[in-house]
Design a protein around this ligand. Structure first.
Ligand SMILES: CC(C)(COP(=O)(O)OP(=O)(O)OC[C@H]1O[C@@H](n2cnc3c(N)ncnc32)[C@H](O)[C@@H]1OP(=O)(O)O)[C@@H](O)C(=O)NCCC(=O)NCCS
Length: 189
């Protein structure tokens, strides 16, 4: 495996993955305080103070080396405008080589394929650069846009955990999706 991996911006055709910066606070606060955006996330809409804390923490997460190291890069368009954030966390290094992926787009950036492109950039990093074996996503199965994104990426539906957790005042199901290195390679061929 090509670890440690130190963050560098990742360029796609229409999006760029870049570390969060202090001047993302307004955009990140708008994103993480929006009840619609947060509806299927694990957290409730956040205060500006909480987002400022999270931004400082996540902007410093720039190295993948050990289990639980993570990245939370900004998704920006070619003009540098903030579109949302991606999430990528190493869960196992040796021998399982597994990571989790996640995504959040600002409402104005949804429906344009930006999350698909950003996710493909991270799957490329995972399989082609880091040499991971499996990348998975967990989601609320009611989150149709996120389910559709997993399917668009070629992630298999691996499981549906019924009333898996008590969240935001109700029992909530969790869906598991995953893609393996050889499945990614077959899609790229
Ligand atoms: C989940 C989420 C990131 C999906 O965003 P999205 O914009 O639907 O996802 P994509 O980037 O894959 O875009 C796909 C849509 O763009 C359209 N599109 C337009 N141009 C496109 C292009 N060049 N390439 C691909 N899709 C394109 C697709 O047709 C599709 O639209 P549709 O859903 O109306 O069919 C978004 O709904 C979100 O941020 N939700 C709130 C946070 C959240 O719940 N995160 C997930 C937690 S598990």
């Amino acid at each position: 495996m090509a670890l440690p991996w130190d963050f560098h911006p990742i360029e796609g055709e229409r999006v760029r993955l870049d570390l969060l910066r202090d001047d993302d606070l307004d955009d990140l606060y708008a994103l993480q305080s929006d009840p619609e955006v947060c509806r299927y996330l694990l957290y409730e809409p956040r205060s500006r103070e909480r987002v400022a804390h999270v931004l400082a923490r996540d902007a410093a997460a720039a190295r993948l080396e050990s289990p639980h190291d993570y990245l939370q890069p900004a998704i920006r368009d070619r003009d540098g405008r903030f579109l949302g954030t991606m999430y990528f966390e190493l869960h196992s290094v040796d021998p399982d080589r597994t990571a989790e992926i996640g995504w959040i787009l600002a409402p104005h950036a949804q429906g344009e394929g930006y999350a698909s492109e950003a996710a493909r950039l991270l799957l490329g990093l995972a399989f082609e650069e880091l040499g991971l074996h499996r990348v998975y996503a967990e989601l609320d199965p009611r989150n149709g846009a996120s389910v559709a994104l997993c399917e668009r990426l070629g992630m298999r539906h691996e499981g549906h955990f019924v009333e898996h957790m008590w969240l935001k005042g109700e029992w909530t199901d969790t869906g598991h999706y995953a893609i393996l290195e050889h499945e990614w390679a077959a899609r790229r061929a």
